[in-house]
Design a protein. Structure first.
Length: 205
């Protein structure tokens, strides 16, 4: 009987280094003869919501589909790395409930560092400078508040589409991750090595 695969969920603020660590893990595992499939949230969103609105309902659909795909793959012996911010604990907790061999990695990174990385990254799935734009909105809103002018009058009420995780929308940190990686203290290779060692300790690999 084929053995179940495992699923690692790498979570953290946008720009924290999730995708870089996921790619490094895949490279190191391949050298060990272990195949892995990376599931990127942004790829799923582009397919499921070509014109995303980023509402709570839409996010639920996208994340639930991502979890279902990871569950089916793992159940059929395919190892999975989920590369997704998932700023609400409920999505990651559901992954833990649904997937047998589940492993949560929290990539901890100061917001300032995330902002600098995000501003310089080149990715056809992600728009850059989203943090900068969010901070500019905050500055405008502070000036508006000082003048006691309503946000609505000045067009500053944000739709879900405009909201940035970490600035406009709070990121809920994992309460008990299997591994915490401080991405300002270790490079991607070291981070991947740490995660793989922890997985060996769990007898996942």
């Amino acid at each position: 009987m084929e053995q179940d695969g495992w699923a690692i969920w790498i979570t953290g603020l946008p720009g924290s280094g999730k995708s870089t660590i996921a790619k490094e893990m895949k490279k190191l595992l391949r050298k060990k003869g272990i195949d892995v499939q990376i599931l990127r949230l942004d790829e799923f969103r582009r397919t499921l919501a070509p014109k995303p609105r980023y509402t709570e309902e839409e996010r639920d659909v996208v994340y639930n589909t991502l979890i279902l795909m990871a569950k089916f793959l793992a159940k059929n012996g395919v190892n999975v790395i989920i590369d997704a911010t998932a700023h609400r604990n409920k999505w990651r907790n559901k992954g833990k409930e649904e997937i047998k061999n589940f492993f949560e990695v929290y990539v901890e990174c100061p917001l300032k560092e995330c902002m600098e990385r995000e501003a310089n990254r080149k990715d056809d799935l992600v728009v850059s400078n989203l943090y900068k734009k969010a901070l500019q909105r905050l500055e405008r809103r502070e000036k508006i508040d000082e003048k006691e002018i309503s946000h609505k009058e000045c067009g500053e009420k944000l739709s879900p589409l405009e909201q940035m995780v970490g600035i406009d929308v709070p990121y809920e940190k994992p309460s008990n991750p299997d591994v915490t990686i401080k991405s300002v203290e270790v490079d991607a290779n070291s981070a991947a090595t740490i995660i793989i060692k922890k997985m060996k300790d769990r007898k996942y690999i």
